[in-house]
Design a protein around this ligand. Structure first.
Ligand code: PHB
Length: 395
């Protein structure tokens, strides 16, 4: 009885508030208010630079589209997730429960993403993943309100193995941080490398975010493989590249990687990065008007060169604008919103891409080589590559 009265009086209040344009405290934001957009990203630690690039990309895309979402102004919220999986749920709830965001944009680290995924599934908040590639997010734990604008962890490396074998490198060592991103990148690498006739002689790993590579580099020198393939990113990637050269391996054992290895680190790594070959859904040197315009706008706005993370952020902004415009800013119109997001074609600096049924980009993967602090495209390693979406009930 009490509950019923409460519901009745609350709905009367909603109607009253809507007609007067007022918002009551604790009430979901009416369409006329600002759209509440929350960033949950790493702003400290080895992935700090990645978080900044993503946020910059999102803001640039939205600014270029008029700075609004479906005609509504935006109120921004931010949480530093520190790439700490143990605080993933708590941090996501700061945005969802405390700040009552309409959209949660995050994050970079796959382990932290699992916390966001739980909160997104429990609360139904619109969740846009601008980096973290954890398979579960668009496979077994996929959800109608979760969309990824980046990649699945095995997508870039599924194009790597064949490229290495084609260069005659038939025996490889794999090295990574031991957590979901590294392990799932390995899955893609193993599949592509062994299918092309390569043999993985050893898998090496260290816990995230450790950067004590010395003992492992000594082991690689002793194993003498034809090549090394790896997954590292951010500050740790810059250090790995420099340590690899300092250990005397550069020029002796070619280094390959999932393209994150050489994203956003080329100034820090310097000449030690020259010649590294990687596979990735973006390349600085893509010779398209779209990419050139993006790079110029980003560099002018932020006084920094964009990288793949900036592109993923930018595409997240583009996707959100498309979705919000389709529902004229009413993000509570969920079926129409999801339909718009599912059918979006993103005109990205990386090239046009679409959403798979499990909400992960279907995209080209480029083969690149580092030359003079640039990831130069040298080929297309895979065309319109989709993740399997295995175990996703929406597929
Ligand atoms: C991840 O944890 O999913 C991750 C982090 C950094 C990257 C790529 C993937 O560059």
């Amino acid at each position: 009885m009490t509950t019923r009265r409460l519901v009745l009086s609350r709905s009367a209040a909603v109607i009253g508030a809507a007609s007067t344009g007022l918002l009551l405290p604790g009430m979901a934001q009416a369409q006329s208010g600002k759209v509440r957009v929350g960033f949950m990203l790493p702003y400290t630690g080895t992935f700090a630079q990645l978080g900044v690039a993503i946020e910059n990309g999102v803001r640039l895309a939205i600014d270029q589209q008029g700075g609004k979402l479906g005609g509504r102004e935006i109120e921004w919220f931010k949480v530093d997730d520190e790439s700490d999986p143990s605080k993933g749920i708590e941090n996501a709830n700061k945005l969802v429960q405390r700040d009552k965001v309409d959209v949660l944009i995050g994050t970079v680290h796959s382990g932290v993403q699992m916390g966001i995924q739980k909160v997104a599934r429990d609360s139904g908040v619109l969740s846009l993943i601008p980096n973290a590639g954890v398979h579960a997010a668009t496979r077994g734990l996929c959800a109608p309100n979760v969309f990824r604008t980046s990649f699945s962890n095995s997508q870039p490396t599924r194009a790597l193995g064949a490229a290495m074998v084609a260069k005659g490198h038939k025996k490889a060592v794999w090295i990574t941080w031991k957590y979901a991103a590294g392990d799932e990148a390995f899955e893609g690498f193993k599949e592509s490398y062994t299918a092309a006739g390569g043999t993985i002689v050893k898998e090496l790993g260290l816990p995230f975010p450790n950067v004590e590579f010395q003992a492992l580099l000594t082991e690689i020198a002793a194993l003498k493989p034809d090549a090394v393939a790896c997954f590292f990113a951010g500050g740790g990637a810059a250090k790995f590249i420099k340590d690899y050269a300092a250990a005397g391996l550069k020029g002796k054992i070619p280094l390959y990687g999932s393209g994150f290895l050489t994203e956003g680190v080329l100034d820090a790594a310097g000449p030690a990065a020259d010649g590294i070959v990687t596979t990735m859904h973006y390349s600085d040197s893509l010779d398209t008007p779209r990419n050139k315009a993006f790079r110029l706008a980003y560099a002018t706005t932020f006084k920094a060169q964009p990288d793949v993370y900036a592109v993923q952020g930018y595409d997240t902004g583009l996707l959100l604008v498309q979705g919000a415009n389709a529902v004229k800013g009413d993000l509570s119109a969920k079926p129409a919103l999801y339909k718009a997001l599912e059918s979006a074609v993103i005109d990205s600096p990386r090239g046009k891409w679409t959403m798979s049924k499990a909400h992960n980009p279907v995209q080209d993967i480029y083969l690149r080589v580092v030359e003079n602090k640039e990831n130069k495209v040298i080929g297309v390693a895979a065309k319109a590559l989709a993740d399997s979406g295995a175990g996703c009930k929406m597929v």
